[in-house]
Design a binder for this molecule. Structure first.
Ligand SMILES: C[S@@+](CC[C@H](N)C(=O)[O-])C[C@H]1O[C@@H](n2cnc3c(N)ncnc32)[C@H](O)[C@@H]1O
Length: 397
């Protein structure tokens, strides 16, 4: 049994994980998940974890669950450390992480009860273990990846995590960290840059939402400087990129080559006329998925007026619906189309939201998690660009 702790866009991380498992028909059962989607606990085979870690990008930490109790009072540290076979000696550092939907005061109380239990346990074992304190300025009672890495808590199996709900406390130790630094490094590795480019982390999540696997065939028809192409190529997916802008095409080729050492087809094409060049894309064969962040409208420094937002909406609906028509012709049955779609918050007293309406003639909404009903998944609002973003996961029907 494992707990998965999700990063900034929690719901997105959760859906990514389930999409990855479903795409591979891997057996799992959902044991528990937090109301705010900050974590989920699932029963899944140990053998899956290593591969999963190389693919998913929305999870920050994976915890092996080894014990459970029915109340905080019955938490037994001896039982926990014995099952974990943790290294217990004078030199060890350890962490206490608690995940509970409660007020800060309540969390502090729970944290200090558990802290006391650890102290008693180490005293009884005549061991001067050192507790790594979470940086409470974030008002969180769990450690950040950097702290876990520098104190080597994964190696000593002593980053202890407690998932507390009303009737049960699950506990275990961290086995994997998805280090956020790796995405920063990749971001910096791009030799050609663009203000419109998405983050490598988001690109990887979109690829997983599309259920892509090694050797699948993927198209990014608004490829820009190639962020999705790079991430997919690194995962062993066959990619084709197209874009209307010659400079972007060159930049995409350059980035893919610089980061993956591979050359992939990047072709100049209008996404609303893709079927015309279908033969040139993949010798007429159809794709397993389209993953893309299309043109999202002009870059905004300020919130637009309602009138401006309506104009953006009209233009983008025309572009997207024409593209969706073409996309249907290039995809296999049941293939996924994962696409970012903007929405606009307007300025003025009467703050309104202007949404883009897509025509899904050849597609249906795909929900990897039956409990999640909305048509699209929101991405954290970026106040810098003033554009809201939603992710649509569609299935060709
Ligand atoms: C938001 S950017 C994509 C960014 C990309 N995900 C990246 O990380 O670099 C949108 C891209 O769509 C391209 N574009 C705009 N209209 C297009 C069209 N009709 N057909 C194909 N590409 C188009 C632009 O040139 C731009 O590179």
């Amino acid at each position: 049994m494992y707990a998965f702790i999700f990063g900034r866009d929690k719901l997105l991380g959760f859906i990514e994980l389930i999409s990855w498992l479903k795409a591979r028909s891997i057996d799992y059962s959902m044991i528990n998940y937090a109301e705010d989607f900050s974590y989920c606990i699932i029963a899944v085979d140990d053998a899956v974890i290593d591969e999963l870690t190389t693919w998913i990008a929305g999870t920050v930490k994976i915890v092996k669950i080894t014990c459970f109790w029915h109340s905080i009072e019955s938490i037994n540290i001896e039982e926990l450390t014995a099952v974990v076979n943790a290294v217990i000696n004078d030199k060890i550092n350890y962490g206490i992480n608690i995940f509970v939907n409660a007020s800060r005061k309540k969390r502090e109380q729970i944290y200090s009860i558990i802290k006391q239990k650890f102290k008693q346990f180490f005293n009884a074992n005549k061991c001067k273990a050192r507790l790594v304190m979470p940086r409470l300025k974030h008002k969180l009672h769990y450690l950040q990846p950097k702290e876990i890495i520098t104190k080597k808590l994964i190696e000593s199996k002593t980053d202890f995590c407690f998932f507390i709900s009303e009737s049960v406390v699950y506990a275990g130790y961290t086995v994997k960290l998805i280090n956020p630094e790796q995405f920063k490094q990749k971001d910096q590795a791009r030799t050609a840059v663009s203000i419109e480019a998405m983050s490598p982390r988001l690109a990887k999540i979109l690829i997983n939402l599309a259920g892509l696997k090694q050797e699948s065939f993927m198209l990014d028809p608004f490829c820009g400087i190639g962020t999705v192409l790079v991430e997919a190529t690194l995962l062993g997916i066959n990619v084709v990129g197209t874009d209307i802008n010659e400079n972007k095409i060159n930049a995409a080729r350059q980035n893919v080559k610089a980061i993956t050492s591979k050359t992939v087809p990047v072709i100049k094409a209008d996404a609303t006329k893709l079927a015309e060049i279908q033969a040139g894309l993949m010798q007429n064969a159809k794709f397993d998925a389209i993953v893309t962040e299309p043109y999202l409208g002009p870059l905004l420094r300020h919130l637009p007026s309602y009138k401006q937002a309506k104009l953006f909406k009209q233009k983008l609906e025309k572009l997207y619906n024409a593209f969706l028509d073409q996309a249907a012709k290039l995809l296999k049955q049941k293939a996924k189309l994962v696409m970012i779609v903007p929405y606009f918050k307007t300025k003025g007293k009467k703050k309104r939201i202007v949404n883009i309406n897509l025509k899904f003639e050849h597609f249906r909404i795909y929900n990897a998690i039956a409990e999640y009903k909305p048509d699209a998944i929101p991405i954290t609002y970026n106040t810098k660009t003033k554009i809201g973003r939603l992710i649509y996961v569609l299935e060709r029907c």
